[in-house]
Every structure is written in structure tokens, then in C-alpha cells.
Ligand binder design. Structure first.
Ligand SMILES: *C/C=C(C)/C=C/C=C(C)/C=C/C1=C(C)CCCC1(C)C
Length: 238
């Protein structure tokens, strides 16, 4: 069996390994804690575990792919996001459901997240030449989600759902506003034309390395952080 060496300054591989382990550990934690989770929060905590579990499996693949080819595993990355980001939308729906959230809201969130990711994928892969246009469309869908969770239906429902749900929703909204904003940063670093034609990193190989590191950090913060907010909500009296 061949052993692949990892250079000590290979931060891309480092973040893929640490990402894999962190997602695995978080999944084990959420799944085992289900036992002692009150029934009404069980689905929410289960979904937290599913998000990190799906990511753990993809990270396992991405880590291996990156190690063997040295390339950016864009395909696996987007498959992972297309599964996990809608599940994060489900979390917003589940915690505001008791306050009257309708399925229509869930579909709005899911639809916006799919538009955001599919157009982002186009800009990163098939239509790299017009990455700015696709990035802008993706950004518009992103801001629509930000609007829904900060000022729209999600935030209005959360305010009538009790202080703990309101507080948790606000924290999750911060994740969406700040934590999710890290992704367009990775996109800007990694795609040609970068930010409205300005190329931030000239060397394409270096650019894709920066992009992977930024995405890996963002995934760990957002997926595990999001899950922990839901977990602590499940430990309150609301
Ligand atoms: C667990 C994975 C998460 C939370 C992924 C979130 C991804 C985004 C918020 C991506 C957003 C993008 C833009 C807003 C514009 C450029 C293209 C994307 C897809 C990187």
C-alpha cells in the first residue's frame, strides 16, 4: 500500500483532516445526546447530527481526493452543500413550527438555498469565465435567506415562540449573516475574475488552495456551531 506524505505546510490537507474528525466527533455527540433530549426537540437535534454526519462522509472523501490528486474536490463539496444547507433551512422551520411556521416557508428557504448553490456551482465549474455574474445571482439568493431569517417570516415567528426560541433564532441568524458570508469570500479568492474582475490571487493553484482552506474553516464553524445552538436550545425550558 502506498503512503502519501503530507508536507507540514500543507494547510489544505490539514484542514481536510481536521474537518473530517471534527464532523465525525460532532455527529457522535449529537446522536448520543438524543437519548436525553426532550421529545419535542429530538427531531431538531437529530437533524443537527445528520448535517454533521453527511459532512463527515463527504469530508472523508474530499480529504482522500485532495490527498491523491492535490486538486480541489469541488464536486463533492457542492454535493455536500446541496444536502446540508437545505437541512439547515429545515432547522429554522422546525424551531418556529410551534409558533405557526407553514410548509410554504420551508420551501421558500430550501428553494433560495438551491438557487444559491446551483448558481455558485456554475460559476465555479462550468461557466468559470462568467463567475462574477453567477456569483451575483447566488449572492441575491443568499441575501433573500438573510432577509427571511433577520426581518422576514422566520424572525417574526421566532419572536412569538418564546424567549429561548427567539434567542436561538437570533444566534442562528448571526451564523447566516457572518458565518455564511465566509463562503463568497472563498469563491472570490478561488474563481477567475474574482471580485468584479479583480484577481486577488494570481496563481490559479494557490487561489484554489486558499478557497479550500476558507471553505473548510467555514464548514466547521457553521455546521458544528449551528448544531450546538440547536443543542443548547434543547436543554432549555422553552
Ligand atoms: C455547510 C455548508 C454551508 C452552510 C454552505 C453555505 C454556502 C454558501 C452560503 C455559499 C454562498 C455563495 C455565495 C453567496 C456567492 C458565491 C457562491 C457561493 C455558492 C460560494
Amino acid at each position: 500500500m502506498e503512503h502519501l506524505k503530507i508536507a507540514s505546510d500543507n494547510y489544505v490537507a490539514f484542514t481536510f483532516f481536521i474537518g473530517t474528525m471534527a464532523m465525525m466527533a460532532a455527529s457522535v455527540f449529537f446522536f448520543f445526546e438524543l437519548n436525553t433530549t426532550p421529545t419535542k426537540w429530538r427531531t431538531s437535534v437529530l437533524v443537527s447530527g445528520l448535517i454533521t454526519f453527511i459532512a463527515a462522509v463527504h469530508y472523508y472523501y474530499m480529504r482522500g481526493y485532495n490527498l491523491e490528486t492535490g486538486d480541489s474536490p469541488t464536486f463533492f463539496r457542492y454535493v455536500d452543500w446541496i444536502l446540508t444547507v437545505p437541512l439547515m433551512c429545515v432547522e429554522f422551520y422546525l424551531i418556529t413550527k410551534k409558533a405557526g411556521a407553514k410548509q410554504g416557508l420551508l420551501w421558500k428557504l430550501i428553494f433560495a438555498s438551491l438557487v444559491m448553490l446551483v448558481t455558485g456551482y456554475f460559476g465555479e465549474t462550468i461557466y468559470r469565465g462568467s463567475s462574477v455574474t453567477w456569483g451575483v445571482i447566488s449572492g441575491a439568493a443568499y441575501f433573500y435567506i438573510v432577509y427571511l431569517v433577520w426581518f422576514g417570516e422566520v424572525s417574526k415567528l421566532a419572536q412569538t415562540a418564546g424567549p429561548q426560541v427567539a434567542k436561538a433564532t437570533k444566534t442562528l441568524a448571526w451564523f447566516v449573516l457572518v458565518g455564511w458570508a465566509i463562503y463568497p469570500l472563498g469563491y472570490i479568492l478561488g474563481t477567475p475574475g474574482g471580485l468584479f474582475g479583480i484577481q486577488l490571487v494570481a496563481d490559479p493553484a494557490a487561489a484554489s488552495h486558499y478557497m479550500d482552506i476558507v471553505y473548510n474553516i467555514a464548514d466547521a464553524v457553521n455546521k458544528i456551531g449551528f448544531g450546538l445552538v440547536i443543542y443548547s436550545l434543547s436543554r432549555t425550558q422553552d
